[in-house]
Design a binder for this molecule. Structure first.
Ligand code: ADP
Ligand code: MG
Length: 616
C-alpha cells in the first residue's frame, strides 16, 4: 500500500493559508488590494479587537456576478491574469488567485457583492472552507467581505496572534501605506465602533503625507523628483538636519505598490552620504514608476519584496539624484534662502560657516541649540550649560562651577588648586582637556584619555537605571508645558503606553488634534532636547511592538535619555567639572564602555611612553 497520498483540497487550502494569511493585517491587506483592483474609490474597513474578532471591508468597486463570486473563493482563481506572458506585465495588486481561498479556509467568511444595483446582489457564506449559505439580496454596487473569528479552526495559528493593540497597530500602518500609494481613494478605518482614520479621496501626495503623518513631519521633508522614460520618481525626503533616529519613516512605492526594496533603500542612504550622522536615518516617501517588465513582484505571496531586472542602474540613478537634490537644498540654505533644519542639530558639534556674499555664521552651542549671528556683530549667545552633576557631597563646589562666564573657558588649566581640592576618591587626577572633547588625566602609572561625552553618558545611564529600578526616579514638573506635534501613529503609541511613560517619569497629555503637552519629565533630562527624547522613546516603543523584551526596551530608552542628558563633545569644562566626572566614573563598576559599547577611556602606560622616548 502506498504511503504517499494527495492531500484533500480543504487541507491544502489550510496549509496554503499560512503563507498568505499570517495575521489579521494580512487579511485586511488582501481584501483592500482586491477593492483597489476592482476600481473602488471608497474603501471602508471595520475591525473589532485588532481584527481578531471581526474584519470587514466594504468597497464601491465593480462587484462580481454570482458565478464569479463562487469561483473567486476557489484556489488559483483570478480574473487578473490568464497567460504566462501576463506575469511579466502585472498592473494589478493581486494576480495569484489565492487570497480569498486562503482566508475563507481559516475563518467564518461572508461575501456580499453586486455588479448592478438594479438587478441586485448575491451573498455567500463559507465556514472553514465549506460553503454554508447562498442568497440573492439587494445591495449597492460593490463588495463587502466580512471575516469573523479568524483562525477559529487552526488553533495553533490563533495562539500566535499578538495582543489586540499590536494587531491593531499593524492594520493601522497597513492602511496608511495603502493610502499613501493611492491618494485618489478614500479610506476609512473603524475600530471597536470608533472611526480612527478617515482619509478623503482626491488628495495629492503631499496632502496625504501630511494627513497620515502630521504637519511636523511634512515640514521636515523636501520634495524630490526625477523623470526619464526608463524610470521616474516623485516624493519627499528628509532635510538632512531633520533625519530621525529610526527607520520608521521610510516608505517606497513602486507602481503604487508599497514595497521593500534593498537596492532603492541602499541607494537613498548612499545619496545622503556624509550628511547622515551616526545612528540617524533619513525619512523618505518615494513613489517610483517603472515599466512592469523591469520588476518581479512574484517573489513572495505577500508581494512586498520585489526584484529588479537592473538593480545596478537603478541604484546609480537613485544615489546620484538624491545626492543632487540634497546638494541643491543645502546650497539654498547657505545662501540664506531657508534656514530651516539647522536649529535642531543634536550633535552639538557641527559648525557650519558658509562663504559667499551673504555670509552667515552658525554657532552651535553646547546644549544643541544654534544661533545665527551676522559676522562681527560682537554678540555671542552664551549657551546655558547643562549641569553635568548629580547630587553628591561636593554639590557646593559644583554649583560654583555652573554659571559659565564667557571667559571661564580660557582660564589657565594649570591654575594652582589648594591641596584639599584635589582630594577625591578618584584614582585619576585631571591634567586638562583636549579639543573640548577629551579629558587628559594622570593615573598611577599611566596617562589616561577619557571621552567626556561617552563617560558622562555611561554615568547618566547607570544613574537613570538605578533610579528607575529602585523607583526613585525624580521628576521635574514643567512650569510651562512643552507642546509638540506627533504623527497620529505616535500619538496612538503614546496613549497605548501611558503606564510606561509614567514609569519613565513623563507626563504627556493629549492636547487636541495631533498636539501633545509635556508636563513632567525625568529631572535628569532638564537640559535635554525633550521633544527629541520623546520622539526617540516612541521609536523604541514602535520597535518593541514588533519583538523584544521589556527590559531591553527600557535599556534602549535609558541609553537615549543618557545621551541627551550628557555633556556634549565640544563643550569646554572647568577643572572641577572634569574631576567630578572622573570621580563619578571611577565609582561605577561598568565604566569601561559607554552604553553604546564605545570605549570610555584609553590609556598609555608610563612604560609605553618611556619606550617611545627611548628611555628604556
Ligand atoms: P487575486 O486578487 O490574486 O486575483 P483573490 O483570491 O484575492 O485573487 O481574488 C479572486 C478574484 O475575486 C479576483 O481576481 C477578482 O476577480 C475577484 N474579487 C475579489 N475581491 C473582489 C472585490 N472586492 N471586488 C470585485 N472583485 C473581487
Ligand atoms: Mg487578491
Amino acid at each position: 500500500m502506498s504511503l504517499i497520498r494527495i492531500l484533500p483540497e480543504g487541507l491544502i487550502n489550510k496549509i496554503a493559508a499560512g503563507e498568505v494569511v499570517e495575521r489579521p493585517s494580512s487579511v485586511v491587506k488582501e481584501l483592500m488590494e482586491n477593492s483597489i483592483d476592482a476600481g473602488a474609490d471608497q474603501i471602508f474597513v471595520t475591525i473589532k479587537n485588532g481584527g481578531k474578532d471581526l474584519i470587514s471591508v466594504l468597497d464601491n468597486g465593480k462587484g462580481m456576478a454570482a458565478d464569479d463570486a463562487h469561483l473567486a473563493i476557489e484556489r488559483h482563481a483570478t480574473s487578473k491574469i490568464s497567460t504566462t506572458e501576463d506575469l511579466d506585465n502585472i498592473n494589478t495588486m493581486g494576480f495569484r488567485g489565492e487570497a480569498l481561498a486562503a482566508i475563507s479556509a481559516v475563518s467564518k467568511f461572508e461575501m456580499t457583492t453586486c455588479q448592478d444595483e438594479e438587478t441586485g446582489g448575491f451573498q455567500i457564506r463559507v465556514e472553514g472552507g465549506k460553503l454554508t449559505h447562498t442568497a440573492k439580496l439587494g445591495f449597492p454596487t460593490g463588495t463587502r467581505i466580512s471575516v469573523d473569528n479568524l483562525f477559529f479552526n487552526t488553533p495553533a495559528r490563533q495562539k500566535f496572534m499578538k495582543s489586540a493593540n499590536t494587531e491593531y497597530n499593524h492594520i493601522h500602518n497597513l492602511i496608511v501605506r495603502l493610502a499613501l500609494g493611492r491618494p485618489d481613494i478614500q479610506f476609512r478605518l473603524t475600530h471597536n465602533k470608533a472611526v480612527i482614520l478617515n482619509i478623503p479621496k482626491g488628495q495629492d501626495f503631499n496632502q496625504r503625507v501630511q494627513h497620515c503623518f502630521g504637519t511636523e513631519i511634512l515640514n521636515d521633508l523636501v520634495e524630490c523628483n526625477y523623470e526619464e522614460s526608463y524610470l521616474s520618481f516623485t516624493g519627499l525626503i528628509s532635510d538632512p538636519a531633520k533625519n530621525r533616529s529610526s527607520k520608521r519613516w521610510q516608505h517606497t512605492f513602486v507602481n503604487d505598490r508599497y514595497v521593500k526594496c534593498n537596492t532603492i533603500n541602499h541607494a537613498i542612504y548612499s545619496g545622503y552620504r556624509t550628511l547622515l550622522m551616526k545612528n540617524m536615518h533619513p525619512m523618505f516617501f518615494i513613489k517610483v514608476n517603472l515599466t512592469p517588465k523591469e520588476i518581479d513582484v512574484n517573489v513572495h505571496p505577500t508581494k512586498v519584496e520585489i526584484r529588479l531586472a537592473n538593480p545596478n542602474l537603478i541604484h546609480t540613478i537613485f544615489s546620484e539624484q538624491i545626492a543632487r537634490i540634497l546638494k541643491d537644498k543645502t546650497r539654498q540654505k547657505h545662501l540664506g534662502i531657508n534656514h530651516s533644519g539647522i536649529d535642531n542639530d543634536r550633535s552639538g558639534i557641527s559648525s557650519v560657516s558658509a562663504t559667499g556674499n551673504n555670509q552667515t555664521e552658525l554657532k552651535t552651542t553646547g546644549n544643541g541649540s544654534a544661533s545665527i549671528d551676522p559676522p562681527n556683530s560682537g554678540i555671542v549667545r552664551i549657551p546655558e550649560r547643562p549641569s553635568i552633576f548629580v547630587k553628591t557631597d561636593d554639590q557646593l563646589a559644583f554649583e560654583s562651577a555652573k554659571p559659565p562666564s564667557p571667559f571661564s573657558d580660557i582660564q589657565p588649566l594649570t591654575k594652582p588648586l589648594a591641596e584639599n581640592e584635589w582630594r577625591t576618591d578618584s584614582n585619576f587626577k585631571v591634567i586638562g582637556q583636549f579639543h573640548n572633547k577629551y579629558i587628559l588625566a594622570e593615573g598611577e602609572d599611566q596617562l589616561v584619555l577619557i571621552d567626556q561625552h561617552a563617560a558622562h553618558e555611561r554615568i547618566r545611564f547607570e544613574e537613570i537605571r538605578k533610579q528607575f529600578y529602585s523607583r526613585t526616579l525624580t521628576t521635574h514638573a514643567l512650569l510651562i508645558p512643552i507642546m509638540m506635534e506627533l504623527p497620529p501613529q505616535d500619538g496612538l503609541l503614546l496613549e497605548q503606553n501611558q503606564e510606561s511613560w509614567a514609569k519613565l517619569g513623563f507626563i504627556i497629555d493629549h492636547f487636541g488634534g495631533n498636539d501633545y503637552s509635556i508636563k513632567e519629565i525625568p529631572a535628569i533630562l532638564k537640559d535635554g532636547d525633550i521633544p527629541q527624547v520623546v520622539r526617540e522613546v516612541l521609536d523604541e516603543m514602535a520597535q518593541f511592538g514588533k519583538a523584544g523584551k521589556l527590559e531591553d526596551f527600557f535599556n534602549e530608552v535609558f541609553e537615549r535619555m543618557a545621551c541627551h542628558s550628557a555633556i556634549r563633545a565640544a563643550q569646554s569644562l572647568s577643572e572641577r567639572e572634569m574631576q567630578a566626572l572622573l570621580d563619578q566614573l571611577t565609582k561605577l563598576d561598568l565604566h569601561v564602555h559607554c552604553p553604546h559599547g564605545r570605549p570610555v577611556f584609553t590609556e598609555i602606560s608610563l612604560d609605553e611612553l618611556d619606550k617611545r622616548f627611548k628611555r628604556i
